[in-house]
Write a protein that binds this ligand. Sequence first.
Ligand code: MG
Ligand code: MG
Length: 250
Amino acid sequence: MINRKSRDEIKRMRHAGHIVALVHKKMREVVEPGISTKELDAIAKSVIKENKAIPTFLGYNGFPACICASINEKVVHGIPNEKEILKEGDIIAIDVGATYGGMVGDSAWSYAVGKISEDKQKLMKVTEEALFAGISKMRAGNVLDDISGAIEDVANKNGMGIVRQYGGHGVGHVMHEDPFLFNYRVGDKTLLKSGYVIAIEPMLNLGGDEVFVEDDNWGVVTKDRKPSAHFEHTVLCTDDEPVLMTSLME
Ligand code: MG
Ligand code: MG
């Protein structure tokens, strides 16, 4: 069942999304060679707490941190670690959720650590482009497959692998609600309606599609060890333009 959010729910969610955007604003400032993913997690936690929100990820299915920090070939769900230090040339995907007034905002962004290779620049640019291509289809009257197909087309056009096992999702009172959103066409004709809120989140690889889960049962890594990027916004469907719920409010 996909639930349509009320005006009041949307208002609280927009606030949660703003706090998530504040975390990303801070991450953009502090991501640099020499910082550990554990330190990034502590900084994210302080931004969430200062804004009187709850770190959604902490304790979610037992996840031990407030952000997922996934470097280079790690796709998603990396657990922050004090021994994991960013170095020049890395890319890091940081995924964060905040709960405010009982509603969740969820957004991920990939960041360059210092100067990165042209390949990695292209991967990040294409993945972000895929996200916005997907977002542009988030309109009442379209179907879920329109979003999936827009993402798939950008990935294919640029020769990027598409992570198949993970995807976008409805979001609201909890982080993962119906529907599941594939990042490639599956023929899902579920109609989009105003009031639906979906986290759209392409995960694209510089190499093949295949991934595996690490021994910690969280970290997801590309099988060919080539880098992966991840961009995500929580997006509200309306009868008009899609609304980004996880951008900074004026
Ligand atoms: Mg996320
Ligand atoms: Mg998500």
